[in-house]
Design a protein around this ligand. Structure first.
Ligand SMILES: Nc1ncnc2c1ncn2[C@@H]1O[C@H](COP(=O)(O)OP(=O)(O)OP(=O)(O)O)[C@@H](O)[C@H]1O
Length: 733
């Protein structure tokens, strides 16, 4: 079929120059002798000895078609060199064969039955740089269920064959070429029947490349293995028994090197390849060959053609052990990071307790005390033994003295304008003004303020009240400062007046406002912001640190191609997740214990409840964070995406869980949503458990447990659905 199309192309291109005509004719001859790709299509499926058969394969990235109706047949027990210019789709094709990518349409059949029948070496390293060569072998050996003895034996053999450096060196510490040989060794470790190697010799010393080819030839000749290899060094592919030439997503030719050279009448493969490409160009230029379109395109993973080999075991202890060991190796390799992760919540708790919730000290406050302007200008406290109702007692001085005791730094101003201006200029936080005769007017207010008139009989009670009042202007842009200054000035005044009534032999209650706050039902008499916020802070740390750790570790493995490689080696998400849970639960238990000790024993945060329910709730919150981390790792392709998702949700939860502001103050529409957020009910539950000592039977406690447990289920279910629906979850881009 190809030959006749080619003949038509030549016949129909009368204007084509002579060189083109010669090239096309030559390649048509090649096609006639060398089993053109398309002609083998039907026959190959019925050929049981073929290791790999690809039929009508289509794959596109976005709108760009990469594989276009590609057909390929790889004979068993041979080296198949897949050649083609950069970007023609070789890696994409290999990725589809190993199941890394799913075809949009078409079919791939492998002779092997199980995932362990394939050994795949991807183009990129896709190994953990931090692990040593020995640890890398152990990790992949366990994945393939090899015993320690077999791993050791195979490792030594491969080390010898591939001339690997010392076992104890980490991949970070060896050269790029050595890393590639380790990668090749990993692909060969479990002695697979089919080796799929994407550019294994790139950047290697020619002698080492040659020894790899010799090794591959030996494997095919003596052990019946099949090897598919891509390379940019066309001449080295001469050692393959079969060569497939790819261009722009289709296979131009499939033949042995000798057949190719003979039919093209060339001495070098490079030359033959050039002729075949020229022929293809001539044909496509002169004669528009329609590319057959896939009959149906799919958008969901479940609708796609299945991967060539299915991993039929959901969970194996060997793979779980491999994943746990790898996690432990990585933690051991980076002890400072591990310690940082473990102690981060502790550091945050300590910092929070030291930095937040304490009243600010040494604030500057502007004052104008007109009781003394024009006199000595200074307060004298000698008259404090007198009763202020009858004698000349400077109440303003006593109030100012009290403020100084509360660590305010008083800055004197001589007029009201200067004082207010100082507040505007941010020189002082507030400005307080005592009128001339403030104390006298205050005394009159307490003596008898019902009938005050001047010598002309005019009622002057308003003016008297005004002059007997402390006037304050405060910088209200900072609500905490405003509230604190207001509270401190108010308390200073009431303290002074209380003590002055004592000196007048009257009850100090006379000066009080008629409201009394009695013993608090919950909490202590001096409530602090920190007591309110600490459950929210603990809950946020407990949720986000496992989320970040889980998400970041899995995504970094995804970005490095490591997860993809281990998934292709048979690893299942359940095994990855369980291994992560094991390590993470150890972290969560240590972190929760430390945080609770620091929060409630070292610092003075109220804890009147039972330890066990509080600890269990925090562990559940941590598990919720971990499940959120899994979900993030599945939906995000990069750390950047995951960071934005993490930061965005962090702010959301912070605002809605009652950390920044009581949830009762949230807009009513948002409040109805906020109550169902992961940390709202659980934070309230923690507060009720620790500060109020309520039991599990109380709704505000058990609803927190119900809420976080539901979120664990939601995140797990969402992760599962995404795994099922999303295409190419573990591919890095
Ligand atoms: N994840 C991706 N998203 C979008 N386009 C991609 C992706 N991966 C590959 N491509 C594009 O698909 C085409 C084929 O890429 P592929 O890696 O299969 O080529 P190749 O023949 O292996 O090239 P090389 O020899 O340079 O490795 C290229 O144009 C590439 O830009």
């Amino acid at each position: 079929m190809t030959t006749s199309r080619g003949a038509k192309g030549v016949a129909g291109s009368g204007e084509n120059n002579r060189a083109d005509a010669v090239a096309v004719a030559t390649v048509d001859a090649v096609a006639a002798t060398s089993v053109p790709a398309a002609t083998t299509a039907v026959a190959a499926f019925s050929r049981p000895s073929s290791a790999v058969v690809v039929r009508s394969a289509y794959k596109q990235y976005g709108q760009t078609a990469i594989l276009k109706d590609l057909n390929l047949t790889i004979p068993d027990g041979k080296i198949y060199g897949l050649l083609g210019p950069s970007g023609c789709g070789k890696t994409t094709l290999l990725s589809c064969i190993v199941g890394r990518l799913r075809l949009d349409s078409g079919e791939i059949k492998l002779k092997g039955k199980h995932i362990s029948d394939i050994g795949y070496m991807p183009q990129e390293l896709a190994l953990h740089n931090e692990l040593s060569i020995k640890e890398t072998f152990t990790y992949y050996g366990y994945i393939f269920n090899l015993s320690d003895d077999v791993i050791e034996k195979r490792g030594r053999e491969l080390k010898e064959l591939l001339k690997l450096p010392s076992y104890s060196l980490s991949l970070n510490e060896i050269s790029g070429g050595q890393q590639r040989r380790v990668s090749l060794a990993v692909a060969m470790l479990h002695d697979p029947k089919l080796l799929i190697l994407d550019e294994p010799t790139v950047g290697l010393d020619p002698l080492i490349s040659q020894s790899i080819w010799e090794l591959l030839l030996d494997l095919t000749a003596n052990e019946g293995k099949t090897v598919i290899i891509t390379t940019h060094y066309i001449e080295e592919a001469k050692q393959s028994q079969m060569i497939g030439l790819m261009r722009k997503g289709t296979l131009l030719s499939e033949a042995s090197p000798t057949e190719l050279l003979t039919s093209c009448n060339c001495s070098y493969l490079e030359e033959a390849f050039l002729k075949i490409c020229q022929n293809h160009v001539a044909k496509t230029n002169s004669f528009k060959i329609p590319v057959k379109q896939p009959t149906r395109r799919f958008s969901y993973a479940r609708d796609l053609p299945p991967p060539p080999l299915l991993n039929n075991k959901l969970f194996t202890f060997g793979r779980f052990k491999a994943q746990v060991c790898k996690n432990m190796y990585l933690l051991r390799r980076n002890i400072p990071f591990t310690l940082f992760v473990i102690f981060l919540p502790l550091i945050q708790t300590v910092l929070f307790n030291i930095a937040c919730g304490h009243d600010p000290k040494h604030l500057s406050l502007g004052i104008l005390n007109e009781e003394f302007v024009g006199n000595s200008g200074k307060c004298s406290l000698t008259q404090t033994k007198n009763c202020f109702l009858d004698e000349n007692v400077s109440v303003s001085c006593l109030v100012l003295e009290r403020l100084k005791e509360k660590t305010f730094e008083l800055v004197e101003y001589t007029n009201e304008e200067d004082g207010k201006y100082a507040v505007k200029e941010n020189k002082v936080w507030g400005f307080i003004h005592f009128s001339k005769n403030f104390s006298d007017n205050l005394a009159i207010r307490f003596n008898d303020a019902t009938d005050i008139s001047d010598e002309n009989g005019t009622d002057i009670s308003d003016s008297m009240f005004d002059k007997g009042t402390i006037h304050a202007w405060v910088d209200n842009t900072n609500k905490y400062m405003y509230d604190m200054i207001k509270k401190e000035v108010f308390e200073s005044y009431t303290d002074v007046v209380d003590s002055l009534f004592n000196k007048c032999n009257k009850s100090e209650k006379l000066g009080n406002i008629p409201i009394r706050l009695l013993e608090p039902v919950y909490g202590n008499k001096k409530p602090s912001f920190i007591h309110y916020a600490s459950p929210a802070i603990i809950a946020l740390c407990a949720f986000y640190l496992p989320a970040i750790y889980t998400g970041a570790t899995i995504i970094s493995e995804k970005e490095g191609g490591v997860i993809e490689r281990v998934v292709l080696s048979g690893m299942n998400f359940i095994e990855i997740a369980f291994a992560q849970v094991l390590v993470q639960m150890i972290f969560i238990i240590i972190q929760t214990t430390l945080v609770m000790i620091v929060m409630f024993l070292v610092f003075d945060n109220p804890f009147v409840g039972d330890i066990f329910p509080s600890f269990t709730l925090l562990t559940l919150i941590g598990s919720g964070g971990m499940c959120f981390g899994f979900f993030t790792a599945i939906v995000c392709r990069t750390q950047t995406e995951a960071s934005f998702l993490g930061i965005g949700t962090n702010f959301l939860l912070k605002f809605l869980c009652g950390l920044m502001w009581p949830t009762e103050g949230i807009h009513y529409l948002l409040r109805s949503v906020s109550v169902y957020m992961p940390l709202t009910m659980s934070t309230e539950s923690l507060r009720s458990l620790t500060a109020k000592g309520l039991g599990l039977e109380h709704p505000s406690v058990y609803l927190g447990f119900v809420s976080i447990f539901s979120w664990i289920l939601v995140f797990s279910l969402a992760s599962f659905i995404m795994l099922k629906l999303k295409r190419d979850v573990w591919t890095k881009s």
